[in-house]
Structures are given as structure tokens and as C-alpha cells.
Design a binder for this molecule. Structure first.
Ligand code: NAD
Length: 350
């Protein structure tokens, strides 16, 4: 085994704490060497909880002052590009949460900075590291259901993400924050690229948020056409309240496969009074607990050149392009063809 990789987690919010704990406790070869958090109170509380010595309020101080080899970016999406580019230019490997960035110009800068510096750039598509999703991908790749004809991928979140994500201009909306994973899953499973996107979005549950956040939506349905002729749908809803829900179905020419269900465990209770009862997944942390650990482990092994990359900057860019196309389609009320035109790719006008 190579020498330890010193990791700095940037942004100690919901995703940041998952990654920080994983790098600290569950990933062989990784050391949680430093943390960066812009909010001083949050930094003091969470760094103390983690017991990390290297504590910083800005990425620049950490890059200049801490002996780190790699950076894990878990800040709000609108900050990803700046932090990733600065980190790569300082020679640090980068694991960046999805969605990779706000627009394709930012994504391209990140890819270019990592390539120029010769560092790893991995995007946080943890479903690629989930045992069930991996098995499904392998079965499809082995031709067990023939050629994929229709892929259905859905993600529904129990509660709204943090407030910054309610603003489409700072987050690209729920299709980016919640359904990035579906856009990635569809192209990963199909082994083919998205060529046309049509989306409908609606603020059905929280229309009250439209006044403060024009363009906000809480539900979405997207249809996609893939280069090889396969079709796909993505269905999103957030907040749904009942639990975290991530499912996949692939209809092939020779069969069908399904991944995921509402139930979180094997226990099913049935009484005359209650009827059939079972628990849903409370959050993405529970459903993909193992996947986040596997993802972080892959990042370390990828840095050490022990594994080939499984979720690259280009994967992040492609999922982002399809997401931007879906938001554009919803605004236009018309299908959008990929690749996006330059004016649509450079700036999201949600
Ligand atoms: N892979 C997944 O399943 C998953 C799950 C949740 C969130 N995410 C992604 O992770 C990212 C963060 O989401 P979250 O829900 O954890 O957000 P959050 O708001 O809970 O946490 C973000 C933290 O970053 C801090 N911060 C903001 N700007 C900063 C900066 N410039 N430098 C340092 N710290 C800064 C904030 O103070 C906050 O504590 C988003 O891109 C989101 O889409 C991914």
C-alpha cells in the first residue's frame, strides 16, 4: 500500500460531514488532515466533533497552510468551480460533489485545471459505487437483458435541501440538486449519450416559494433520447416527506431489471390494526451509506493509480449538460437537442 493521502474536506454541511467521517474512519489510506468551513460557528462545532487539527475558513488558507494531498469539495454548487480550480492549480487531487458546477464554462475550467496539473478530478456520483447499481450495470453490460430500450430513473428527497438550493440561479434547481444522479445513471447504464431532452417542471407542493425564488420547482418529469435509440425517463420530487426514494428500472430487448425499493430493510410488520408496515429510507445518507464509503475509497485508489477512474470530470460535465438542457426545455416548453448551443451552455438562465 502507498503512503497515506491527506484529505481536506471543504464545506462542513450535510454532505461534508458524511465525507469527513468516512475519510476519517472508514477509508484505508486516507487521513482527514484538515477542514474548511466558511461559517465560523459551524467550523468550531464540527471540527471539534471530528477532532481535526487543521481548521480554516477559506480554501486559500488551507492550500497555503496545510499539508494536504487532496480536497473533497462539499460546498454549495455555485462555489465548486472556484475551489476546484484553485485546488488543482495547487497540485491537489479533487473529489467534487455533484452537480459539478453551475454551467459548462465552469465545468470546462475544472477539467482543464486538473488536466494541466496532472491531478485526479472525480465527481460525486456515488450510485456508481453502490453494490446494487453496480450489479445492474454489469448485468446490462453483459447483455443479460439484451439492449436497453427504456430506462426509468427516479429520485425523490424527503425534505427540501438547504436554502441556497431553492434558488435556480444558484443551484439549477431540483433537477440539478436532487436528480443529477439520474442523469448520470441513465447514460452510465445505457452506455450511450443523451441527444434530446424534454422536461416538464412544476411547483405543485410549494408554490409559495415561487415568489422569493422565481423558477423554483418541486416536481419534474424528463424524457430523454439516447444516441443508440434507447429512451429514458427521469422523475423527480422534493420535498416528498415520506422518505428518500431512489429507483431504477431497465427494460431491455430480452428482459427487465429493477434496482431499489421503498423499503429500507427486510422487516415487514403486519397486524390487523396496522396492516402491512415497513420503514422507508430516511435519507440519502442511509440508502447510500456504503456507496459513499466505496466512492471515497476509490478516490484514494485512483490517486494512487491502483484503479481506473469511474466518475470523471467528463461524466460530471455530461450530466450537467443534460440537466441544463432539461431546465431550458422546461422554460421553452419544447425539446432541446444536445450538444447545447454555446449561448445555452455558457450560462444557465433559470
Ligand atoms: N452526493 C449526494 O448524494 C449529495 C447529497 C447532499 C449534497 N450533495 C451536494 O453537496 C454540496 C453541498 O450540499 P449540502 O447539502 O451539504 O450543503 P450545506 O448547505 O448543508 O453545506 C454547505 C457548507 O459549505 C459551507 N460553505 C459555503 N461556502 C463555502 C466556501 N466558499 N468555503 C468553505 N465553506 C463554504 C456552508 O457554510 C455550509 O456549511 C452540493 O453541491 C450538493 O448538491 C450531494
Amino acid at each position: 500500500m502507498g503512503s497515506a493521502v491527506n484529505v481536506c474536506v471543504v464545506g462542513l454541511g450535510r454532505a461534508g460531514m458524511v465525507h469527513a467521517v468516512n475519510f476519517q474512519q472508514h477509508v484505508p489510506g486516507a487521513v482527514l488532515a484538515a477542514v474548511v468551513e466558511a461559517d465560523r460557528e459551524v467550523l468550531a462545532a464540527r471540527a471539534a466533533e471530528l477532532g481535526v487539527a487543521g481548521r480554516f475558513t477559506g480554501i486559500r488558507e488551507a492550500l497555503d497552510g496545510a499539508p494536504v494531498d487532496a480536497v473533497c469539495i462539499t460546498t454549495p454548487t455555485f462555489t465548486h468551480a472556484e475551489i476546484a480550480v484553485a485546488s488543482a492549480q495547487s497540485g491537489k487531487h479533487v473529489l467534487c460533489e455533484k452537480p459539478m458546477a453551475l454551467n459548462l464554462a465552469e465545468a470546462d475550467r475544472m477539467i482543464e485545471a486538473a488536466a494541466d496539473a496532472g491531478v485526479v478530478l472525480q465527481i460525486g456520483f456515488m450510485r456508481r459505487f453502490d453494490p446494487a447499481f453496480r450489479e445492474a450495470r454489469q448485468l446490462v453490460a453483459d447483455g443479460r437483458i439484451g439492449r436497453p430500450m427504456v430506462i426509468r430513473s427516479l429520485t425523490r428527497g424527503p425534505g427540501l435541501p438547504p436554502r441556497w438550493a431553492w434558488d435556480p440561479a444558484r443551484s439549477n434547481g431540483m433537477l440539478a440538486e436532487v436528480n443529477s444522479h439520474d442523469f448520470d445513471t441513465v447514460r452510465w447504464i445505457a452506455g450511450s449519450e443523451v441527444t434530446r431532452v424534454y422536461a416538464e417542471t412544476s411547483a405543485s407542493k410549494r408554490p409559495d416559494l415561487l415568489q422569493e425564488f422565481p423558477g423554483f420547482y418541486d416536481s419534474a418529469v424528463v424524457t430523454l433520447r439516447m444516441a443508440d435509440g434507447a429512451l429514458a425517463t427521469i422523475d423527480g420530487g422534493c420535498p416528498v416527506d415520506y422518505g428518500y426514494d431512489a429507483r431504477l428500472e431497465v427494460l431491455g430487448t430480452e428482459g427487465v431489471l429493477q434496482v431499489g425499493e421503498l423499503r429500507s430493510g427486510a422487516v415487514l410488520l403486519c397486524t390487523r390494526e396496522s396492516g402491512v408496515q415497513s420503514k422507508p429510507f430516511a435519507s440519502w445518507r442511509d440508502r447510500f451509506r456504503e456507496a459513499y464509503i466505496n466512492e471515497a475509497g476509490h478516490f484514494i485508489r485512483y490517486i494512487r493509480a491502483e484503479e481506473q477512474p469511474l466518475a470523471t470530470g467528463l461524466d460530471g460535465r455530461r450530466a450537467l449538460e443534460a440537466t441544463l438542457a432539461a431546465n431550458l426545455s422546461s422554460r421553452l416548453g419544447a425539446p432541446v437537442v444536445l450538444p447545447l448551443k454555446e449561448e445555452d451552455a455558457l450560462e444557465d438562465r433559470a
